[in-house]
Design a protein around this ligand. Structure first.
Ligand code: ADP
Ligand code: MG
Length: 762
């Protein structure tokens, strides 16, 4: 076997092989453990695929400036500071509470300490100790932190009224407190202050100096490797990294123009801030190192998307769509109402796409109730008038049926044949429809996603409309093309996200926005209620039902979950039906019901036979019952804001006042107040979505974990939006010079790497 050469580490060095470089006490077993942790974080199939580059992309989540030591007399309430201290006294005491009297497993460990010059009253450093080993842990600390022991600690110091001095609460003493040994602090050895220390976390004493007297990165735990150990390992890697193996990926001209750091420097400084840098910039991810790394992330992402888009625009569909007077007249004759200005605007954008040779790939965003359906219908009619077939896909059967009902009604006087194709059809019926489709006898087919997935063949498919897209994930045009189809595609979503994010998140899509509601809508009154206010809620429901209106009651889950203590929708339904509202007709709808049963319930609700519909989130998207005026959402804190907004959009569809009640058991908590408060204040989907994005990230918001949204390791779509804009502009500059040697090289670069799997999307 060939021994790997001892020498410099490269970005492509496998983590598994790090042991051969004799750094940071990483042996073979530890290297492999680290490789496994990195592979998991970087979504690599096997630990053997984890590289040094992956580990270096694991960024600190904050930084500490341990370079300036403060004294006690200079402390202020709330100041963040490092202090070098000597223990006066330390010990743990049990925290008692009513439930666990006597056998509490919760301790507070407290250290009283002074600084070298005794510049003020002894201060207190403390932390909680709990769990199975708490007795041993307290004993361990007591033995380590004896009187006279010197240590450095960092954190936020608060004026502690009870103790009459400054105190600092540590979250992780093993990371935040360094014991110093000996008298000369320059050669100090640090000792791991972690009684549950595993071999992963055994520090390398020769690296002790990197933890104190300087600016240090703080990492979240990676596998079993704690922040301190990661700091040692990453530091050692950066020291031994061969600069020649770090290729610059951005064109020189671009780097110079935007004053971006070179890649090597950025990689190193993003972990270990240099002395001169502003710590504030590091905290908000705006250091020169951050900017360079984030820009790089975004640049290549937008470059790949732009490249893809360029390819699509050069494609041509089999037939363009003519929008002539005949088409326009047919459409005007069909419209049941006057279009809003916003609807007109997006219709023009869609028509322009349909008229052009390149296939349309457009995202139509509009708040719930903004009237996207009619716009889609207009596009469908235009395509059908041109002799093309159209497909409309909805995320659920209920929605597909609702669309089919509407479309059939609106097209009743036209010669177009509209059919509904869903999973619940009998096999023979399905076959009959499929044959009619491939024979070109059906003009519009409506169904769920299965429409495209099943081997349905069309005679002349010209347009696909996809409703509530975020449920589907990103549509793979390539997949369609693979089956010989290249239709116009219109994707609709009621999850409004800012345009630049939409482009990134949905790949190569043009975006149209309906930013205006049809006239005559009264905004829904929204209120957060606590458990103790159920009587009020009951009165509201009774009043509305007696006035002839209908009510939704939504639960987050179908089955009781012990852990989350959610009330089972089924049991609540029985309780509401039998005990609370015996005189009203109460129905139940949930995801586990068979499709025909669901339909039966939904139809009864639409017909007004069910007055109160208890449901899980199956009604979330698109259902339109204008007579419903109350939306009660149980355990509202369990839903994302965008989801709450969607649910709320089920009411307020008529002209009368509607209500949305957000019930929550923890009305008092900050989160509930902040999040649910937004719902009370705002009815603007964009504002809400932006807040949701901030609070939960794009993956959660769009349900896109599996849907092909590229994972950005460094760039953050919310925080770094301005950088995204710049990167996109720059990417375009290069893409516009597609024959220049630089651009040709860049295209080669991204086409080669699996890193830009994104190139396959769109
Ligand atoms: P969404 O954008 O949430 O899919 P819909 O297309 O279901 O919204 O439209 C919501 C309601 O508004 C429907 O009942 C629809 O008929 C009505 N609507 C749409 N556009 C207009 C308009 N321009 N004028 C009046 N009502 C409209
Ligand atoms: Mg809709």
């Amino acid at each position: 076997m060939i021994q790997p050469m001892l020498g410099a580490i490269s970005l492509n060095t496998r983590i598994e092989d790090l042991h051969s470089f004799k750094i940071a006490r990483l042996g073979q077993i530890l290297s492999r453990k680290l490789a496994a942790a990195v592979a998991h974080y970087a979504n690599k199939a096997s630990y053997s695929d984890a590289t040094v580059e992956d580990l270096l992309s694991y960024l600190p989540f904050r930084y500490e400036d341990r370079s300036h030591l403060t004294t006690i007399k200079d402390l202020q309430d709330g100041s963040e500071a490092s202090l070098e201290l000597t223990v006066n006294l330390s010990g743990g005491y049990q925290v008692r509470n009513r439930r666990t009297a006597g056998k509490s497993r919760l301790f507070i460990f407290e250290v009283s300490a002074v600084d070298a010059g005794r510049t003020g009253r002894p201060i207190v450093v403390w932390w909680f100790v709990s769990g199975r080993h708490c007795y041993e842990i307290v004993k361990y600390y007591t033995e380590k932190l004896t009187r006279g022991t010197r240590f450095i600690t960092f954190g936020r110091w608060d004026w502690d009224k009870r103790r009459g001095t400054y105190s600092l609460r540590l979250q992780k003493p093993a990371d935040e407190l360094e014991i110093l040994q000996g008298t000369n602090s320059n050669q100090d050895e640090t000792v791991e202050l972690d009684p549950e220390a595993s071999e992963e976390n055994e520090p390398d004493p020769t690296l002790a100096a990197i933890h104190v007297g300087r600016r240090v990165p703080v990492y979240r735990k990676l596998g079993n490797f704690n922040s301190k150990r990661l700091r040692e390992i990453i530091h050692a890697i950066l020291e031994n990294l061969d600069p020649l193996t770090i290729p610059e990926t951005l064109p020189k001209e671009l780097r110079q123009r935007l004053k971006l750091l070179d890649r090597k420097t950025a990689l190193s400084e993003i972990h270990f801030p240099p002395k001169s840098a502003s710590m504030h910039e590091y905290e908000i991810a705006r250091s020169a190192a951050h900017i360079r790394m984030i820009f790089e992330d975004f640049f290549w992402l937008t470059f790949a998307i732009g490249l893809q888009r360029g390819k699509r625009i050069k494609e041509s569909k089999p037939q363009t769509v003519k929008i002539d007077k005949a088409v326009k007249d047919t459409i005007s004759a069909l419209l049941p109402f006057k279009l809003t200005g916003a609807q007109k605007k997006v219709t023009v954008q869609i028509f322009n796409d349909m008229k052009s040779l390149a296939p349309m790939n457009r995202l139509l965003q509009g708040d719930v109730g903004s009237g996207k359906t009619i716009v889609a219908l207009i596009a469908m009619v235009a395509a059908m008038q041109n002799g093309l077939q159209v497909a409309l896909m909805a995320p659920t059967e209920i929605l597909a049926e609702q669309h089919a009902r509407n479309v059939k009604r609106l097209l009743a006087k036209t010669p177009f044949r509209v059919e509904l194709l869903t999973g619940s059809l009998r096999a023979a019926e399905k076959r009959r429809l499929q044959q009619a489709l491939s024979a070109g006898e059906i003009n519009a087919i409506i169904g769920t996603q299965a429409l495209i997935q099943d081997a349905v063949s069309f005679a002349k498919l010209g347009l696909i409309v996809i409703d509530e897209q975020h449920r589907f994930g990103v549509l793979q045009r390539a997949e369609l093309r693979g089956r010989g189809l290249n239709p116009d595609v219109l994707v609709m979503t009621a999850t409004p996200i800012p345009r630049s994010l939409a482009m990134t998140v949905y790949g190569d899509l043009d975006v149209s926005i309906i930013d205006e509601l049809p006239p005559g809508r009264t905004p829904v009154q929204t209120k957060v209620f606590g458990e103790d206010q159920r009587q009020e809620v009951k009165r509201l429901i009774s009043g509305e039902v007696r006035a002839g209106r209908q009510v939704y009651v939504v639960y987050p889950l179908v089955e009781e979950s012990e852990k989350m203590d959610l009330k089972d929708a089924t049991r609540r339904f029985e309780y509401l039906r039998d005990t609370v509202f015996p005189k009203f007709s109460v129905g139940l709808l949930h995801g586990r019901m068979k499709a025909p049963d669901k339909d039966a319930v939904m139809k009864k609700f639409i017909a007004g036979e069910i007055q109160i519909l208890v449901s899980t989130t199956v009604i979330e998207v698109g259902v339109d019952v204008p007579n419903a005026s109350v939306m009660i959402i149980e355990h509202a804190e369990r839903f994302g804001l965008s989801q709450l907004h969607q649910l709320r959009g089920r009411v307020g569809r008529g002209a009368d006042q509607s209500f949305c009640v957000l019930l929550t058991s923890d009305k008092q908590t900050l989160i509930a107040q902040e999040r649910l408060g937004i719902m009370e204040k705002s009815s603007n989907g964009f504002v809400i979505a932006e807040k949701d994005l901030e609070l939960r990230g794009p993956g959660e918001l769009l349900g896109t974990r599996q849907s092909g949204v590229p994972e950005l390791r460094i760039g953050n779509l919310v925080r770094d939006q301005p950088l995204l804009e710049i990167a996109r502009g720059e990417a375009e500059v290069f893409l516009n010079k597609e024959n220049s040697p630089t651009t040709v090289k860049m295209i080669e670069y991204i086409s080669g790497g699996s890193k830009f799997g994104l190139a396959a999307v769109g």
